[in-house]
Ligand binder design. Sequence first.
Ligand SMILES: Cc1ncc(COP(=O)(O)O)c(C=O)c1O
Length: 433
Amino acid sequence: MKYYNNEEIEAFRKRAHDKIPSGAHTYSKADDQFSSNAPAFIQKGEGAICYDYKGESYIDYGMGIFSVSLGHAHPKVIEAVSDQLKNGNSFTRPTILEGELAEQLCDMIPCAEMVKFAKNGSDVTSAAIRLARAYTSRDYIITIKEQPFHSFNDWFIGSTSKAGGVPNNIRTQTLKIPYNNIETFKDAISAYPNKIACVLMEPVTFDEPKAEYLNQIRELCTKHGIVLIFDEIITGFRWNLKGAQHFFNVTPDLATFGKGMANGFACAAIMGKKEIMELGNSSGDVFLLSCTYGSELVGLTAAKKTIEIFQEENVIDHIWSYGKDLIVGLSDQIQALNLENQLKIEGYPCRPNISFLCNEGAFSFELKTLFIQEMVKQNILMERICVSYAHNDKLLKSSLKATAATFEVIQKGLNNNNISEIIDGEIVKPVFT
Ligand SMILES: Cc1ncc(COP(=O)(O)O)c(C=O)c1O
């Protein structure tokens, strides 16, 4: 590995900002999402550890923004990809692997009768929207207010505070309803009779769905001819190998998968009912995801191997079990310091989360910044919590030791009313609201 000193790193940072808007190709990897002491760049990852360019290593809880489910540079995935690369990566006719992998997903995931691959989650959710609109001949879309992200494309980003460049008519076609509130869905159906093409939602983010909520959504969609789309980009390969749709026993019409399915390599998929997916046949009306790299073999080979490892080893059980221990440890520490009003542990064990709250109950970006900063000081990168198969007991122990020290700093800062003074640099910001 090559190492640089602080001055050299800062020069690289400046050059990146000079040539890349926001200095990173993914907003959530940018400087303004991290405390100022966080590593500016990562050069290597191994298991659940990542390495910066200064010679520091960190326990990684970002894991490529939830995409690296088995661990960085998993030897079996790397071997499979390397073997494939010797035989080329992109051809002018399909490989047999495309069909085999599609079959495998259809055998595994309840809603899947047909599958189409792409390279990222944004494109497969957009493809689902286009299919739903074509299938229903309707324009309006419903998403869930609290669910932060589905796509960089117009239909979604136009519904956020970062809607620049999205035509107004598109912005107004995406409606938002709160999670776990079936009445607001009924209201939207009444307010837009025969106009709603689909509901696109994560079956779950952090809050548990109320009893019957997902079933009621399913029933109302069926009754009113609305296509139900589950965005399983995060929940897939995390709640269950068959998706959160299997976990909750609710089958959508279409579903999208991405992060986690190829251990950090680029592979995403839309799948669902044949009757809807078939609109994307060459003879159908819909131009459904056709891109040069849609079936390039690195992504597909990595997905095949990753799925095999998920099937052969207890990856999902491990993720749940580690997450459960982490939640118990964090909750005990927070309780011992009486910080329950400021730090809320939420989410299922397979996707734990810490919510940072100010006195008024709103999200506190100050506390989040201080938390990231203090964890970085102890060589842990925890701006989110993505547990992977590579997180082990030793790392759990080190992580909990670090959170205990961090929570004490937070408590002291709150008691001394000087949180902003003990933060070095800028407060982290949401990418959009
Ligand atoms: C739930 C969800 N859906 C869709 C996406 C978009 O996926 P991608 O970043 O691969 O385009 C994301 C990305 O963060 C996501 O979290």
